[in-house]
Ligand binder design. Structure first.
Ligand code: PEP
Ligand code: MN
Length: 346
């Protein structure tokens, strides 16, 4: 339930509503807006005396949020959420933000070398897994904390922000220490205890859609993070399972406008995992920008043939440069721009 205050409501009147909600045994979450303040009532068990709240001074309206996800919904917050990072990158502010890097951090030379090339081509966020959720226990599992230290080094050298995956509470604590954004991967989208940990981390979270998750399930998972008091969530469409074996997954670009109509959270697309095939990545990156994505996550490797994971879908660095040019043109056509390059700022 959302209590919308009149635009001229005083601080005391807002406090009066908060106090009443507490007295009734629920949690209150004030949401200041440009026009007016709203107060979310959390924990509605269907027994809230809405009439009593509606009659309080300064209250304009009580809205019953119809969606099963509450804080994630547009009804809860009509204004878009903008996730702002220390290097100035703003996700959800209208600019197309590009996150790029190898699937896995493999060595110092690999990650530092590629980070410079990606930064110079216009990426503002560096990706790279240090903890890898692999289908086989015998596949490369990631460099662990050593990999996180290399990512931090790359940030120091390039000014890029860092996004990297956490796969359990232990790795999440480490990732939160080093990274700017904690990635929760497709395989963990419904790991509810991990989502709660991410919600308490105090760091922005990139939540990837599970490979068989409906959009409602995806948004319910985001709700777990917001329910812990963390609104800084970026959603990521990364493809779903389909009957066709031509591509690794089916990149569901419809999810972009659908999520944008249902939620205030930013949504980006990952055409690398979404297709699994290098030649399909750039076309789908272009399509995602055209569909209105707030950003892209793309895998790029200096030597894809020798990559320790996901080489077949990793772009060559030169291809990444071409992709940046092309999406710039598409962004312009729909009245958007690519997030300002850090290279230009130096
Ligand atoms: C990744 O980003 O490398 C990854 C494992 O992605 P996903 O969770 O989407 O499979
Ligand atoms: Mn990968």
């Amino acid at each position: 339930m959302l209590v919308v205050m009149r635009h001229d409501a005083s601080e005391d009147e807002v406090q009066g509503v908060v106090d009443t909600i507490h007295e009734l045994g629920y949690e209150a979450c004030p949401i200041p807006g440009k026009q007016r303040t709203a107060i979310g009532l959390i924990g509605n068990d269907g027994k809230v005396p809405a009439d009593r709240i509606e009659a309080l001074p300064g209250v304009m309206q009580v809205i019953h949020v119809s969606q099963p996800y509450k804080q994630v919904s547009r009804e809860w917050s009509p204004e878009p959420t903008i996730v702002e990072l220390a290097n100035g990158t703003r996700i959800g502010a209208g600019e197309v933000v590009v996150m790029a890097g190898p699937c896995s951090v493999e060595s110092e030379a690999q990650i530092l070398g590629i980070a410079h090339r990606l930064r110079d081509a216009g990426a503002t966020i560096l990706r790279g897994g240090a903890f890898k959720p692999r289908t086989s226990p015998y596949s490369f599992q990631g460099m662990g904390e050593e990999g996180l230290k290399l990512l931090a080094r790359a940030r120091e050298e390039t000014g890029m922000a860092i996004v990297t995956e956490a796969i359990d509470p232990e790795s999440l604590a480490l990732v939160a220490k080093y990274a700017d954004i904690i990635q929760i991967g497709a395989r963990n989208m419904q790991n509810f205890s991990l989502l709660r940990h991410a919600g308490r981390s105090g760091k922005p979270v990139l939540l990837k859609r599970g490979m068989s998750a409906t959009i409602t399930e995806f948004l319910m998972s985001a709700e777990y993070i917001l329910a812990e008091g963390n609104r800084q969530v970026i959603l990521c469409e990364r493809g779903v399972r389909s009957f066709d074996t031509q591509t690794r997954n089916l990149l569901d670009l419809t999810a972009i406008p659908v999520v944008q109509s249902l939620s205030h959270l930013p949504i980006i697309a990952d055409p690398s995992h979404g297709t699994g095939v290098r030649a399909k990545v750039i076309p789908m990156a272009r399509a995602a920008v055209a569909a209105g994505a707030d950003g892209l996550m793309v895998e790029v490797h200096p030597d894809p043939e020798r990559a320790m994971s996901d080489g077949a879908q990793s772009l060559y660095p030169d291809q990444f440069g071409e992709m940046m040019q092309q999406i710039g043109t598409i962004a312009e056509a729909i009245g958007r721009t690519i997030s300002p390059s850090l290279a230009a700022a130096r």
